[in-house]
Design a protein around this ligand. Structure first.
Ligand code: NAG
Ligand code: NAG
Length: 145
């Protein structure tokens, strides 16, 4: 921030600019993300068609995490929609989780990932819980006709 103010105040030339860009870049690189969520699900479906939601999970942390992943909706849905997966997520080892369900009306869906403390999920129980945030979510709408 201070760097940006300097940059605006004193147009002292290229050296300062380069210095500032280097500072900003190294700050950005430090921001490793504990959880990266990618959700794939259709935007539209016909009532009682089977729909699959795929959640892809990755971490940029060097340590492994125990993740509990589940879905929430504003309408009640039976079956595997309600299933919660507990898995060990490690660097360079993305996980894909799938939920199949048959929606019968338009719904909003939230995919939630909680980083939890549970034994016997990660090998040797070598896993961490980030202090900054331990709940991540992604929300989307499914239009059902
Ligand atoms: C929609 O699905 C829910 C849960 O499976 C069920 O309780 C409800 O009766 C269904 N509604 C219709 C109109 O089929
Ligand atoms: C649930 O959310 C969807 C999408 O926002 C909306 O179209 C639908 O009417 C909502 N259903 C209920 C029962 O609130």
């Amino acid at each position: 921030m201070y760097c940006l103010q300097l940059l605006f105040k004193a147009s002292t030339g290229t050296l300062l600019l380069v210095l500032c860009l280097q500072l900003l870049t190294s700050k950005a690189q430090e921001d490793t993300r504990a959880i990266i969520m990618n959700v794939q699900v259709p935007q539209k479906a016909r009532a009682n068609d089977e729909v699959t939601l795929r959640l892809n999970l990755q971490t940029e942390l060097h340590e492994c995490l125990v993740c509990k992943s589940y879905l929430r909706s504003n309408v009640t849905i039976d079956g595997s929609f309600n299933y919660a997966y507990t898995s060990c997520l490690c660097e360079d080892d993305p996980k894909n989780l799938y939920w199949d369900f048959q929606p019968n009306k338009s719904m909003s869906i939230v995919a939630v990932v909680d980083i939890i403390r549970e034994l016997n999920i990660c090998p040797g129980d070598e896993a961490v819980i980030p202090i900054k945030a331990n709940r991540y979510y992604y929300s989307t709408n499914l239009d059902v006709q």
